[in-house]
Design a protein. Structure first.
Ligand SMILES: *Cc1c(COP(=O)(O)O)cnc(C)c1O
Length: 385
């Protein structure tokens, strides 16, 4: 859908840059909020997907909380106006300064991932005469059937507390004076488009809650993490992910106590489809039996293809000429700096603009200056009106 890009206005803007369609972002946020609201569920936006301050402020305006995985993210969330009472802080390796920053700001909840971390939070909270609210991140041993680099809920992963240790960790959390145990946290992986793993997760949570119930332990909240996937192959077919099925799956399978609240941490599904990386063709190079379109964007601007063999649909938004096959590559001195092999694209020329679609999540935020390159710019659709 080339009409999405204001090609005449883009011309003259320094490339590469991220382009965010805020109309689609708002529609996506409203849909997610409406579907979650049907069941009284609460969404924390997983900031690691994209922490562009202008996007953060739109997301915050819609009433979402923030899910942070570093002290930097906690501070950025507060700066963007997310109330501390809606900020959760996860991560296997929280440094003391990060824990202290979160304690000083009285965030909603730490999602803790190990016994030593629990002990350190207790100590640091005691030094401030505070009680830290924590949820235990449980490794539910549920297979998300996604790429192994983005699977997190299996016993072999570094994340969370294994089920066999859960009783011990709960006892410890209850015994520590500057800790208040308020919930259980889960996150099984990312880019999950089949709802079955979410149903399996729900049933695993039910088993855990039943066992805790026998010990008269009832927690205030359940946090199921994030992971809802998007359609990278067809960004125009279903630009808004299937939030309805996602929340209905939990509603159908997850048993909550009266008054127990449901939290989730969606990242990719909220921001991926609204973003594209816009790049210019530097050269068309004829190889033996193939031709390369060499872009001014590379893996330093969008690392997902090099990092996890991810696919981003590429469009030549400058040309309507017949399709030809191109290997679309970047300028970085790494063989993995390739966006797509044998891409079917409208015949390309030096100076054409290419859009790499579905790049709003884990795109701009992962950009680096490797090769001493400039970081990509970023614009919202309203900047080009
Ligand atoms: C990455 C992450 C998320 C967000 O995952 P998405 O797949 O982008 O929805 C949520 N919670 C935790 C703990 C994470 O690490």
């Amino acid at each position: 859908m080339k009409g999405t890009f204001p090609i005449n206005k883009i011309k003259g803007t320094e490339t590469p840059f991220y382009f965010y369609n805020t109309g689609l972002l708002r529609e996506t946020l409203e849909t997610a909020k409406k579907e979650a609201g049907k069941f009284g569920y609460f969404i924390h936006y997983a900031m690691k997907a994209n922490a562009n301050p202008r996007l953060l402020s739109i997301i915050r305006e819609h009433g979402f909380g923030a899910d942070c995985v570093s002290g930097g993210e906690v501070l950025a969330a507060l700066k963007a106006g997310f109330p501390a009472s809606k900020v959760v802080f996860a991560g296997v390796g929280k440094a003391d300064w990060e824990i202290n920053a979160a304690l000083d700001n009285d965030i909603f909840c730490f999602n803790i991932e190990s016994v030593p971390e629990l002990e350190v939070i207790n100590e640091l909270a005691a030094a401030k005469n505070k009680v830290a609210s924590i949820a235990i991140r449980v490794n539910p041993n549920v297979d998300a059937h996604t790429h192994h680099y983005i699977t997190t809920g299996l016993q072999e992963n570094k994340f969370g507390i294994n089920l066999c240790d859960l009783d011990m960790v709960i006892d410890l959390a209850i015994a520590l004076p500057n800790i208040k145990l308020v919930g259980l946290h889960f996150h099984i992986g990312s880019q999950i488009t089949d709802m079955t793993p979410f149903a399996s997760l729900s049933m695993r949570i039910n088993e855990i809650q039943t066992k805790l119930g026998e010990r008269k332990i009832r927690l205030e909240h359940i946090n199921v993490g994030g992971g809802l996937g998007i359609d990278y192959d067809h960004p125009n077919r279903q630009p808004i992910p299937d939030f309805k099925s996602y929340f209905e799956t939990f509603h159908k399978h997850l048993n909550l106590y009266e008054g127990q609240t449901f939290h989730c941490e969606l990242g990719r599904s909220l921001v991926a489809q609204c973003g594209s990386l816009i790049s210019k063709v530097l050269y068309i190079k004829q190889g033996t039996a193939k031709q390369f379109a060499i872009l001014d964007a590379g893996m330093t601007d969008l690392i997902r293809p090099a990092l996890y063999q991810a696919y981003h649909k590429i469009e030549n938004i400058s040309s309507d000429e017949p399709l030809e096959k191109y290997d679309v590559v970047g300028p970085i001195c790494e063989s993995s700096d390739c966006f797509e092999k044998e891409a079917d694209l409208n015949k390309a020329h030096r100076g054409d603009y290419f859009a790499l679609r579905s790049a709003g999540a884990y795109g701009e935020i992962m950009a680096s200056q490797y090769n001493l390159r400039k970081l990509p710019g970023s614009f919202l659709s309203e900047d080009f009106i």
